[in-house]
Write a protein that binds this ligand. Structure first.
Ligand SMILES: Cc1cc2nc3c(=O)[nH]c(=O)nc-3n(C[C@H](O)[C@H](O)[C@H](O)COP(=O)(O)O)c2cc1C
Length: 197
């Protein structure tokens, strides 16, 4: 990636899990928030960025209506857990497209939509990025990753034995490696899907 590029704002090749803010349809005013995986792919010298959107979510509706996508790079387990199910209230925001505690925000414009069998591919154009917190140094925490993993399972939860086993394993990791915020986020996820083993 070139200088002053996505990499400067914390993105890498692969799927970058962020909290995506869009404007338009939302349960909390007109600012919508949802965890999203933004794919960064090197194609020769070019960099392609896109997101796969499953189902008719508010995010998809807003992007179709030409909202910009404000991708917040953050490690806030509660924000990931809550925004997977409901929109974040104003107390989570620093301004109308930045979450408190985000390290950076990258602004994307939707440039095209392609409907596939199970999802829609939205191609994105990187417009600009902002560093919110320049002291973004932190160690890898398995508990945080387990929360993100559990939130992904929870948004597609069917109640299968396989999912329950995986959630139990993730709970062990959260309890062992996470802090209070990871534990609260995990509890929130389990209550959102009404799962208690
Ligand atoms: C870590 C994580 C990543 C996610 N990535 C995507 C994604 O790339 N595309 C998608 O459609 N849904 C994704 N989801 C699920 C959406 O966040 C979820 O469906 C959300 O409820 C959509 O909210 P909205 O209706 O406000 O847009 C992800 C969930 C989590 C927890």
């Amino acid at each position: 990636m070139s200088e002053n590029s996505l990499e400067d704002f914390g993105f890498r090749e692969g799927i970058n899990e962020v909290i995506g803010i869009t404007k338009g349809v939302s349960d909390a005013g007109n600012v919508n928030s949802a965890p999203l995986g933004i794919v960064v792919k090197k194609e020769g010298k070019a960099i392609r960025t896109f997101v796969r959107l499953f189902g008719e979510t508010h995010t998809l509706k807003n992007l179709r209506a030409n909202s910009k996508l404000y991708a917040n790079v953050c490690y806030n387990p509660l924000a990931f857990a809550i925004s997977a199910f409901e929109d974040l209230e104003s107390e989570y925001f620093l301004n109308d497209f930045t979450l408190k505690g985000s390290y950076s925000v990258c602004v994307f414009e939707p440039i095209s939509f392609e409907k596939r069998e199970n999802f829609t591919i939205c191609e994105l154009k990187f417009v600009e990025g902002f560093i919110v917190n320049p002291k973004a140094v932190r160690a890898f925490n398995r508990g945080f990753c387990a929360v993100v993993e559990a939130a992904i399972i929870a948004t597609r939860y069917t109640g299968s034995e396989k999912e329950i086993e995986r959630l139990k394993e993730l709970e062990r990791i959260v309890n062992r490696c996470g802090g209070m915020e990871e534990k609260l986020a995990y509890e929130y996820i389990m209550s959102a899907i009404k799962c208690n083993f």
